[in-house]
Design a protein around this ligand. Structure first.
Ligand SMILES: [Zn+2]
Length: 358
């Protein structure tokens, strides 16, 4: 399974400066290449490279491989849209390949900068068990909130896959972060409380606006992020453990569906957007794959309106956020548990290669 992971870099002061300069130079070159691609209507990688290669090398003093990557970034960008000249942010991603970035010991990379190669410390966090020899394709260096990260696509070594006897459905939501079709609930109460506390504190600090307030604010944001991450980590771990113990696969809603689910209103959606459900989904997939447990991503349409007992779909089935009462058969259940059962059924449908899209 391919998984995209985010790895934090810990450069020293001089290295950070070198990375930043490299990034800025790289994107300046991209803008120059983009201008030429646009004015000559040359959008293919090979075509652009023929025109600009020597020019860019000289003008921006970039290594051969960096020029190739910059051309690649520009060509990739025009691949989907050729209607206007593209501009690149000065801190936009640099695309690295194995020739200019290598993973050294478990906590170090060697990366090409304008100052030559630098050895920089990295931390894998959650993903320390991964084998970096299994990195696939290119790696993006990104700069976010004054921090450098690598976005790495890794082929996660699957354990021997289990032959599942069933599927646990997971419903993700804001009141209950995760609810399983077994009826296990991972409540969001504590999270809402913590989020509330932080957001009050943040509002106060923002209004103060002094330098020390800003510093404090940054610290709090970090704390809040770690809290969310830790919560997601714990939930994913517990669910995968249950799947393992009961020899079942896992089904989740297609991650894109969570944010656009038409049954939640805009206010709720904003809060949902703030919870890192894609992170929870990624942790689940990652931990499950390591344990050989399949994860099915199902179509989220009507999972909260469908009756898990008779299959009747109606908006009126969902009385309130937490109450489900089928207007057809009278089946009554907690709405999240009902939804997670539907998710489980759709997972079973995929597991058995059912030709109907149940
Ligand atoms: Zn029913």
């Amino acid at each position: 399974m391919l998984l995209t992971i985010k790895v934090k870099l810990y450069p020293n002061e001089q290295q950070e400066k070198a990375l930043l300069e490299t990034m800025e130079r790289f994107n300046e070159a991209c803008n120059y290449i983009s201008k030429i691609a646009w004015s000559t209507h040359t959008f293919g990688k090979v075509g652009i490279q023929k025109i600009v290669y020597y020019d860019v090398r000289e003008k921006y003093n970039l290594s051969a491989q960096m020029v190739v990557r910059a051309v690649g970034k520009v060509a990739e960008s025009y691949r989907t849209d050729k209607t206007c000249q593209h501009e690149f942010n000065k801190h936009g991603a640099i695309v690295y390949d194995q020739r200019i970035l290598t993973f050294k010991a478990s906590d170090e990379i060697s990366i090409l900068t304008l100052e030559g190669r630098e050895r920089i410390t990295i931390k894998y966090g959650e993903y320390r068990q991964l084998n970096m020899e299994r990195v696939k394709g290119q790696v993006d260096l990104i700069y976010h909130n004054n921090t450098f990260y690598l976005m790495v696509v890794v082929d996660v070594l699957d354990a021997d896959p289990i032959d599942p006897d069933g599927v646990i459905g997971i419903d993700m939501g804001i009141v209950n972060i995760a609810t399983t079709s077994d009826g296990e609930v991972f409540s969001g109460n504590k999270c809402t409380e913590v989020r509330q506390r932080y957001s009050n504190l943040k509002a106060k600090l923002q209004s103060v606006g002094t330098r020390s307030a800003k510093k404090h604010l940054k610290k709090i944001s970090g704390k809040e992020r770690r809290f969310k991450k830790d919560t997601n980590h714990r939930i994913a771990k517990a669910i995968v453990q249950t799947a393992k113990d009961t020899n079942r696969a896992i089904a989740i809603e297609n991650l894109k569906g969570i944010r656009t689910n038409s049954t939640v209103n805009k206010a709720v959606r904003t809060v949902i957007g703030k919870w890192a459900f894609d992170e929870l989904g990624n942790f689940l997939k990652y931990k499950a794959t390591l344990a050989g447990i399949p994860v099915f991503e199902i179509d989220p349409k009507n999972t909260s309106r469908e009756c898990s007992a008779c299959g009747h779909i109606d908006k009126k089935n969902r009385k309130t956020q937490s109450e489900f009462l089928c207007i057809n058969c009278g089946h009554e259940e907690n709405a999240d548990i009902n939804a997670s059962k539907n998710i489980s059924f759709r997972g079973i449908c995929q597991l058995s290669h059912c030709p109907l899209s149940c």
